[in-house]
Write a protein that binds this ligand. Sequence first.
Ligand SMILES: *Cc1c(COP(=O)(O)O)cnc(C)c1O
Length: 431
Amino acid sequence: MIETSEKLFEQAQKSIPGGVNSPARAFNSVGGSPVFFEKAEGSILTDVDGNEYIDYVGSWGPMILGHSYEPVIEAVQETAAKSTSFGAPTEIEIKVAELVKKMVPNVDKIRMVNSGTEACMSAIRVARGYTGRDKVIKFEGNYHGHADSFLINAGSGALTLGQPSSPGVTKGTAKDTLTANFNDLHSVKKILNENEGEVAALVVEPVAGNMGCIPPKKGFLDGLRELCDAHDVVLIFDEVMTGFRIAQGGAQQRYGVDADLVTYGKIIGAGLPVGAFGGRQEIMDVVSPVGPVYQAGTLSGNPLAMAAGYALLSELHTNPHHYDELEEKTTYLFAGLKDVFQNHDVPVSINRVGSMISVFFTEEEVVDFETANTTDQELFKKYFHAMLENGVYLPPSPFEALFLANSLTEELLDKTIEAADKSIQKALAEV
Ligand SMILES: *Cc1c(COP(=O)(O)O)cnc(C)c1O
């Protein structure tokens, strides 16, 4: 029963647009009423009706070591007692910056902001200021937050013509965003050649996570690096999702490719609102107050957020075994789910990178936006709700990755696989 959740959702819709403060929470892709949560510990969520779920959302990434992680809670409580904000420098900001530099060696300088959106928005402003050029290239199906420049779809049939994908984004902004196909170097080359000398930056999710998890094909990221070098374009890795998740040094470390700028969010704040952008000294030196590119924030580098982020990052840095364990757990889940779907003759394409994993209900290998869209969305909806009934909280969309936490035990993984077996049977009977 989710009676209280349903009541709260009804009430919420009267004072909050759609009842939620971020649309992905509204269950629009799966239907039904979103679950309202009360508390969580490790990998177990408890909703307002007292139901428990095994969590595969992890607040969309930050909870890589589970909810209510002691060192984070303690750091926040201790810091809060001394003031929640000064709007002036604090030592903890230096500690976080220095720690990130240790974990990501090609970051020379880093600036804290309050969300992944702000990080990506600021990074392209910096790239534009640095190069003196206006255009940016992004990939279809990649998400970089909700800043105007990123809410752009490719015009049909004409990949290079940007169209606003949301009212409120001006045509003027849209014309400076060019869209290429993920995992398709040829589409990038074409755009660069057609816009020679005009492109400031290329921004990419090095492992796509916002159209489900899609790994870069072999050579794709290297190819982007080479193309950016050849055309003097700033290469930006949006590691808001992958940063500190798929390795200490994120996708840069895992694939051995260095970007010029990197953006962070999610894990870096351990569940508090933090984003960051950083990179090569020469580029970061255009940021105010050193350089002319303006960027600011009243609450940026907030002590509570920094203390939380520092506690989590320190643990990940000091004990890299977390990454090996996450890798093992995700591989275990991958194998278990694969068996389940095979046993029921459900065609699936399961993608996994580190502790990110996505199940697409399709026969096609999922490598980009187009192939991701072949997933059977109706089957997913039924499966999602059956999983929820069986005590597993999945991301409420067929186009999101599951984020594993190291608080998942073998017992919980087995329970999840059992739940998947029951749920897919129920889903198949319903569609
Ligand atoms: C979540 C996300 C963002 C946006 O971050 P917010 O903190 O939600 O603004 C940007 N890029 C990627 C890759 C993300 O996954």
